[in-house]
Design a protein around this ligand. Structure first.
Ligand code: TNX
Length: 523
C-alpha cells in the first residue's frame, strides 16, 4: 500500500517537474528577493510540519489551520521529521527587522527560517500563497520551489475601520484580520467612538454603550450595538495570533456626540448640525471621566498606544458653545484664543495617557499642540495640507501617512461607482494606492527617520453593509499591502496587476463581494 502511494507521489512529482512552470511568483506583497528553483515540493496528507524546540509554534499553527481551509489536508506538527517536511526554525539572521525571514524550498524540504516568531509568521503567509497557487493532482499539491529572502519596508502597515458610523461586529472584524495577516498588514486601528455610536464597553460608565451604542449613521434608532470587554479581548487575541496589533481610538474632544447623549454632564455642546459634538474642556470632571475611560482602555489593549482622535474640533461658538464655562477657564489660565483651550484639553489628556505609560496617537490637527514630540505619533490625513506633514516632520513627530487621497477607502475605486465618496470628482484607484507614497513625500526632510508607515482608513458614513465594506476594501487591500511592504523604488504596477489577477479568485472563493477591476478599460 505504502509502496503504491509513494509510487503515485513520485509519478506526480515527475510529471509536474517536466511541465514548464513559467508563471512568476504571485506573492502579494512581493518579497524583497526571490529566485526560482527547478523543482516542486509536494504537500499531501503525509507531509509534516516541523517546529523548533525554541519556538512557540505560532506560525506553524497558523499554517496548519490555513492549509486545512485551503486544501482539506490536516497536517501533523512534529518536533522532528525526515522527508517531505516543512520546517519552521528560529535562527539568528543578519538584519534586525522582526519581520525578516527566509524560505528555502527543495523537492524534499521546505525550510522556513527567521530570527523571530513574527518573521516565521510572515513566512507562513508567503508559503500559504505559494500553496494556493499550486496544482492539485489527486489530492497532492505540487508547490513550485523558490528561495525567498524577505523583509518589510515600512514598520507601520495599517488599516483603520470606523465602527461608530456603522457597526459590523466580531465575525467581520475577524475576517478582515485574516486578510490583513494574509497580506502582512500589522496594525488594526479601531475607531470605536464617534457621533452616531459608542462601541466599547466601559464598566465604570455603562450608559456609554447602553445609551451611546444606540443608533448608527443611517438609522438613529438601531438597537445598541457594541463590543463587550470580553469581545474586545477575543479580537485582540485573534489579532495577536496573526501578529497584528490592535490600536483603540477614543475620539476627543470632538466627535463625542454618542458619549454626550449618555453622560450629558460632560458635554461641551455643539451646533444644530452637530449636536453635543464636543466634551466640555472647562470642567474638571471631564478630565477625570475621560481618564477613567482611558484607564479601562489601557488595561484592555496591550498595544500601549491610545489614539485620542483630536480631529475636527471646529472651534468657535458654532460648535463649542459652553461659553460661560470656557470663558471662566480662559480667564483663569490667561488664554487668549479657543485654540489654546483645545491645546489645554489635549495636553491634559496626553498627560493621562503618558501616566499609564502609553504612547499618544492623534490626527494631524495636533501638530501645533503642546503634546510631547517624543511620545506622540501624528496621523497625516489632510492630503490638501502638505504643510501639515512637513510641520509634523520638522518638529520631529513620528508620523503615519494616511492622506484622504489616496488612502481613504470610503472613496470609490472607480469613476462609475455610485455609492461612496468622491473629492471634487476625485476618488481612489487601485493604482493610486499602489503608487503611494511618491518620491516627493519620501524625500521630505526627516521622512526617512520619522515616517513609520502607511495606513488606509475606512470611514463608514456611506458604508452600511458587509457587502459594501468588502467592495470598498477589495481588491485595494492588496495595493495597500504592497505599498506598505515593498521598497518603493522596486514597485512595478504592471507586474503587480498580473499577481493581483491570481489573487482575485481567492476573494471570489471566500464569498467576498469585491470589485472586479479587470475589464480592458480599467487597466
Ligand atoms: C473626516 S478623517 C474625519 C472623519 C470622517 C471622514 C470622512 C478624520 C480624522 N475625521 O470623522 O469620517 O472625514 O467623512
Amino acid at each position: 500500500q505504502l509502496a503504491k502511494f509513494l509510487f503515485a507521489i513520485l509519478f506526480i512529482s515527475f510529471s509536474l517537474n517536466s511541465e514548464a512552470q513559467d508563471h512568476d511568483l504571485a506573492i502579494i506583497p512581493k518579497p524583497f528577493s526571490y529566485e526560482k528553483v527547478a523543482a516542486s515540493f509536494l504537500v499531501h496528507q503525509a507531509t509534516a510540519i516541523q517546529t523548533d524546540e525554541k519556538s512557540n509554534a505560532q506560525a506553524a499553527y497558523y499554517f496548519q489551520n490555513e492549509v486545512l481551509k485551503a486544501t482539506g489536508l490536516s497536517l501533523g506538527i512534529k518536533k522532528s521529521a525526515l522527508n517531505n517536511v516543512i520546517s519552521f526554525k528560529l535562527v539568528p539572521l543578519k538584519g534586525k527587522e522582526s519581520h525578516l525571514y527566509q524560505i528555502k524550498m527543495t523537492a524534499q524540504k521546505v525550510e522556513v527560517s527567521a530570527a523571530t516568531e513574527e518573521g516565521l509568521f510572515r513566512a507562513a503567509a508567503s508559503l500559504l500563497q505559494v500553496l494556493k497557487q499550486s496544482k492539485n493532482v489527486n489530492g497532492a499539491y505540487a508547490l513550485s520551489c523558490w528561495n525567498i529572502t524577505d523583509k518589510a519596508f515600512f514598520e507601520w502597515r495599517g488599516l483603520m475601520l470606523d465602527e461608530s458610523r456603522h457597526f459590523f461586529g466580531k465575525e467581520k472584524v475577524k475576517q478582515i484580520l485574516d486578510w490583513m495577516a494574509f497580506y502582512k498588514l500589522n496594525k488594526f486601528h479601531w475607531h470605536l467612538t464617534d457621533q452616531p455610536g459608542w462601541r466599547i464597553e466601559i464598566k465604570k460608565y455603562p450608559r456609554l454603550t447602553t445609551v451611546g451604542g444606540v443608533g448608527s449613521y443611517s438609522n438613529a434608532s438601531a438597537k445598541a450595538q457594541y463590543y463587550s470587554q470580553e469581545d474586545i479581548k477575543e479580537i485582540i487575541a485573534y489579532a495577536a495570533n496573526r501578529f497584528i496589533e490592535v490600536i483603540p481610538e477614543i475620539d476627543m474632544p470632538g466627535h463625542a456626540t454618542a458619549a454626550n447623549l449618555a453622560y450629558p454632564q460632560f458635554s461641551g455642546g455643539g451646533s444644530p448640525k452637530y449636536p453635543e459634538f464636543t466634551f466640555n474642556p472647562a470642567k474638571e470632571g471631564t478630565y477625570q471621566y475621560l481618564t477613567d475611560i482611558l484607564k479601562e482602555v489601557n488595561v484592555l489593549f496591550p498595544s500601549q498606544k491610545i489614539h485620542i482622535g483630536a480631529d475636527e474640533v471646529h472651534f468657535g461658538n458654532q460648535h463649542w458653545n459652553v461659553d460661560a464655562d470656557v470663558q471662566k477657564l480662559m480667564k483663569e489660565k490667561n488664554f487668549t484664543s479657543l485654540k489654546e483651550v483645545e491645546h489645554h484639553f489635549l495636553y491634559r489628556m496626553g498627560d493621562s495617557i503618558l501616566k499609564m505609560d502609553n504612547e499618544i496617537l492623534a490626527w494631524d490637527e495636533v501638530v501645533d499642540s503642546k503634546l510631547p514630540v517624543a511620545q506622540t505619533t501624528v496621523f497625516w490625513w489632510r492630503h490638501d495640507k502638505p504643510d501639515v506633514l512637513k510641520q509634523a516632520l520638522a518638529k520631529g513627530f513620528k508620523t503615519v501617512l494616511c492622506p484622504r487621497l489616496p488612502l481613504y477607502f470610503d472613496f470609490v475605486q472607480d469613476e462609475k461607482h455610485q455609492i461612496g465618496r468622491k473629492w471634487d470628482g476625485k476618488f481612489v484607484t487601485i493604482e493610486q494606492v499602489y503608487q503611494f507614497p511618491n518620491q516627493d513625500i519620501l524625500s521630505l526632510e526627516g521622512a526617512a527617520k520619522l515616517v513609520q508607515g502607511i495606513q488606509a482608513n475606512i470611514w463608514t458614513e456611506s458604508i452600511s453593509t458587509e457587502n459594501h465594506l468588502d467592495y470598498m476594501l477589495f481588491p485595494r487591500i492588496t495595493a495597500l499591502a504592497e505599498a506598505a511592504w515593498v521598497k518603493p523604488d522596486t514597485k512595478d504596477y504592471t507586474l503587480f496587476k498580473q499577481r493581483l489577477n491570481v489573487h482575485l479568485k481567492y476573494f471570489g472563493e471566500s464569498g467576498l463581494y469585491y470589485f472586479y477591476p479587470f475589464s480592458p478599460e480599467k487597466f
